[in-house]
Design a protein around this ligand. Structure first.
Ligand code: NAP
Length: 245
């Protein structure tokens, strides 16, 4: 029987690549988007063409009712929820902590931390009911080690790591696994502001001397939702070319 995954922030970047990876594996995919409707429609078509079945799920994960509606829409459409990928996220421009305003901090935490909480909370009842499920959260290497001029983002992504570890302990008796993926520098819109010189410097700083592609992270996410990772839970997996070891 087809398995079902809901991926938040699947209209672009890592989430879009993850949707396609699951589609190629024949999964039903709830494709969440917030603002990028046209891109999400293209992702949905690509998932269908790849052999999966897509269901577009509009909604802002930082709103508890909208986050819950994503889960409800996916379960209504496909009849189950086998996996949840909490990928939606935003970053602030690099800046000193003293320049971060209250509003910037709140918006960042609303999308990157509250969004994970609201979506996971809504996804747990169907997973507990079926006594199985896989949850993957997307943090960042900055959540592991902290980055200068990235204090707020590091704090938010560090919260996602701690959330996932605690969650894994809490839900394991219900047959649910929870793991966290920490990307390094991945070529998506989130890094579009970096100059060619900045990107080249980051590439040379990376032990594998290459920058990451969304597909690199997508395949790790798919693995962590597959039966091949059945004995893996509570883990924090870097996908960073060795930039953080
Ligand atoms: P991206 O290309 O900027 O895409 C971000 C995605 O998140 C979009 O689909 C966007 O949807 C969605 N999103 C943002 N806020 C949302 C909200 N409130 N509700 C629902 N969806 C929302 O970013 P990316 O590089 O793929 O990043 C994906 C995840 O990886 C993020 O959590 C990010 O922090 C993390 N990450 C990325 C990198 C990197 O180098 N790229 C490194 C470490 C970690 P709409 O466009 O539809 O609004």
């Amino acid at each position: 029987m087809c398995k079902t995954v809901l991926i938040t922030g699947a209209s672009r970047g890592i989430g879009a690549a993850a949707a396609l990876a699951f589609g190629r594996a024949g999964w039903n995919v709830g494709v969440n988007y917030c603002r990028s409707e046209a891109q999400a429609q293209a992702v949905g078509k690509a998932v269908d063409a790849a052999g999966g079945t897509a269901c577009l799920c509009p909604g802002d994960v930082s709103d508890p009712a909208q986050a819950a509606a994503l889960v409800e829409r996916t379960v209504d459409r496909f009849g189950a929820l086998d996996a949840l990928v909490c990928n939606a996220g935003v970053a602030l421009p690099q800046m000193l902590l003293t320049d971060v305003t209250d509003g910037m901090w709140r918006e960042l935490f609303a999308a990157d931390v509250d969004g994970v909480f609201y979506t996971v909370r809504a996804a747990l009842p169907p997973m507990v009911h079926q006594k199985s499920g896989a949850i993957v959260t997307v943090s960042s290497m900055w959540g592991q080690v902290g980055g200068s001029c990235e204090v707020a983002y590091s704090a938010a992504k560090g919260a996602v790591i701690a959330f996932t570890k605690a969650l894994a302990k809490e839900v394991a008796p219900s047959g649910i696994r929870a793991n966290c993926v920490c990307p390094g520098v991945i070529l998506t819109d989130m890094n579009a502001h970096l100059s060619p010189d900045d990107l080249e410097a980051l590439r040379l700083e990376t032990p594998l001397e290459t920058l990451g592609r969304p597909e690199d992270v997508a395949e790790t996410i798919r693995f962590l939702c597959s039966p091949q990772s059945a004995f893996i839970t509570g883990q924090v997996m870097g996908v960073n070319g060795g930039l953080v070891i």
